[in-house]
Design a protein around this ligand. Sequence first.
Ligand code: FAD
Length: 416
Amino acid sequence: MGKYSLFNLIRHGLSYHRDWSKTWRNPEPQPSYDVVLIGGGGHGLATAYYLAKEQGITNIAVLEKGWIGGGNTGRNTEIVRSNYLWDEAARIYEFSLNLWNDLSQQLNFNLMYSAKGVLSLGHTLQDMRDISRRVNANRLNGIDSELLNADQVKKMVPSINVSLDSRYPVLGASLQRRGGTARHDAVVWGFARAADALGVDVIQDCKVTGIKVQKGKVTGVDTTKGFIKSAKVGVITAGNSSVMAKMAGFRLPIESHPLQAWVSEPIKPVLDTVVMSNTVHAYISQTARGELLAGAGIDPYTGYAQRGSFSVVEGAVAAILGLFPIFSRVRLNRQWAGTVDTSPDACPIVGLTPIQGLYFNCGWGTGGYKATPGSGWVFAHTIANDKPHRLNQPFSLERFTTGHLIDEHGAAGVAH
Ligand SMILES: Cc1cc2nc3c(=O)[nH]c(=O)nc-3n(C[C@H](O)[C@H](O)[C@H](O)COP(=O)(O)OP(=O)(O)OC[C@H]3O[C@@H](n4cnc5c(N)ncnc54)[C@H](O)[C@@H]3O)c2cc1C
């Protein structure tokens, strides 16, 4: 730390943060913008940043009904990876994983991206067949992916129980070494600060209540801070996407479900990789603060409450304790949920809509955090050029009528 910043730190510390310059402005909305983006999660803010940086469009508002990152981005379990099965999905997630590499430098904000590796366990012979198919598919796409046997898993994660007479015997796993975690709050703050510096208005506490359409073209949005005119509107509202589509007069093949996570009290470092299991529907990692961070699959019912039901936590915790009996006396500290937007083929919808000038980016379900930079990049390209980038072309809304589905339930199963 240089002298100047140390001096500033002491000065600000003693001033109780009075006159501390804001990380981003807190502007009131202008009457009109070239582009309005609805949703101040990671994807919305990344879209704003790449629109300004890569596409040269800076007259942009990001409208967030609450506080930025208060949706799924600030509630997720931070896993990033790219080992998806099908070419289309593998390409967009791999593009994103490559952006994570130097995103901290790009944004000048420490995102704490840690390539600690992601293990996906197999417990049955069929699991192992599925896993090896995915490993081979990944390799054909140039994505790092390895097949481990039970001994190799045990060597990597000494605390795991691989005994064959345990409730969920571990037969092996896939490993993506470049997978890992990145700090979600930092991603939100980093993109918000960088977008703001490029002239983007990030407007919090501003709920969109209507999308105005005339003669098949979008003309602006009604908000709790008044009408805002714009000929281009991007909607990136995750679990609220079908509500937004209804405002514009069409339907999306999206269901909104609660998805939960929870953390334990902090303990000494014991787990330095991410361990997931589609079969037992649970996953776990350890944060830099020492908490064990765990989660499950979606709650089975649809809903918008950011809570979730206890039976899901109970089932997943029981499964995790089967794999890690060593954690049986660790206490849980907090539980929460987000509302995720699941599509019929477990893949996102990113692109144009039946309304001219209205674009949707949704359907990332339980696993969109890892795609944040890539999604923002391709969505910015789509909005600026009024046509999809080649990476999001396969993820159009039309695929649900043409039948060109990309079924990623296998790679997205639990799944993050
Ligand atoms: C518990 C949990 C764990 C997860 N774990 C992982 C993981 O480990 N790895 C992974 O890749 N993914 C994970 N995900 C999924 C991931 O979090 C999401 O796919 C991703 O964050 C979606 O980002 P987003 O910016 O599209 O949505 P969000 O972050 O939800 O942002 C959407 C924003 O839109 C705002 N909004 C909604 N309606 C309006 C309106 N009318 N007007 C204005 N603003 C509005 C919301 O307030 C919200 O802030 C997890 C999700 C949850 C809930």
